[in-house]
Design a protein around this ligand. Structure first.
Ligand code: SAM
Length: 226
């Protein structure tokens, strides 16, 4: 890839996005800018090393707002963020009229950050819930209507987490939308044969083929079995 892009354009863009996230955090009374996630950026790909928080980051505020607008949730909707990190998605979703907003996080340290953010969140329609659990074994609440994942895991864990979603659908058949941001393992989702892709949303500027592939969200709906 062009070195000017890798060493100058991309880090500058990422840094500007980081600063915008700090401002958005402050307005909500939360901290989701990722140096608090304790990630060591020394092994990150080059463009991320100079950006606070490095590679391990949350979905951008702009992308989450665009998604929530597109989903247009109502008071019967329940959002579940599998791998909620410090809680950026659940804190933004809490500004909307959901019945419940739930975040599941495996890492105890990161889960504590999410809990602090939920407590300090300045305004919300519904107070989010944070659950410490492994998405591979977590029993999906049967009123969940929107499942969000920002590329939190792959392979067998992804397959197991999606199986938990299907089990919940079997217990209580209903409309479930699955949103997969940075959908690196789209093939795993499709191979399960019960998730039909119904839409896509762009997450950010997409100057190259890798960003074009990853900086988007795929939206699926659960299909009835058989
Ligand atoms: C990229 S962060 C996404 C944060 C958040 N969803 C957002 O978009 O702002 C992915 C999170 O998934 C968590 N995670 C990884 N494997 C998990 C699992 N098996 N169960 C629950 N959480 C997991 C990680 O600890 C990390 O905090």
């Amino acid at each position: 890839m062009n070195p000017v892009f890798v060493h100058l354009v991309k880090p500058t863009y990422l840094y500007a996005r980081y600063l915008a996230s700090c401002v958005a955090d402050r307005r909500l009374g939360i901290v989701t800018t990722d140096e608090r996630l304790g990630h060591d950026p020394s092994n990150d790909p080059a463009p991320y090393r100079s950006v606070p928080g490095g590679y391990h980051r949350a979905a951008s505020f702009t992308a989450i707002r665009r998604l929530l607008h597109a989903l247009d949730p109502g008071p019967g909707d329940v959002l579940l963020d599998l791998g909620c990190g410090a809680g950026r998605v659940i804190c933004l979703a809490a500004q909307r009229p959901f019945a419940r907003v739930i975040g599941v996080e495996l890492d105890p340290g990161i889960r504590r950050l999410a809990e602090e953010n939920v407590r300090s969140l300045r305004r919300c329609v519904v107070r989010p819930e944070v659950i410490g659990a492994d998405a591979a074994t977590y029993r999906v609440p049967d009123e969940t209507t929107i499942v969000f994942m920002y590329n939190p895991f792959g392979g067998e864990v992804l397959r197991a987490a999606l199986t938990r979603v299907l089990e919940s659908h079997e217990r209580n058949p209903r409309r479930i939308r699955l949103v997969y941001a940075n959908p690196r393992e789209h093939e795993v989702v499709v191979s399960m044969r019960r998730f039909r892709e119904t839409g896509r949303l762009r997450m950010s500027w997409r100057p190259g083929p890798d960003w074009a592939r990853t900086q988007m969200m795929r939206i699926y709906e659960v299909e009835p079995d058989g």
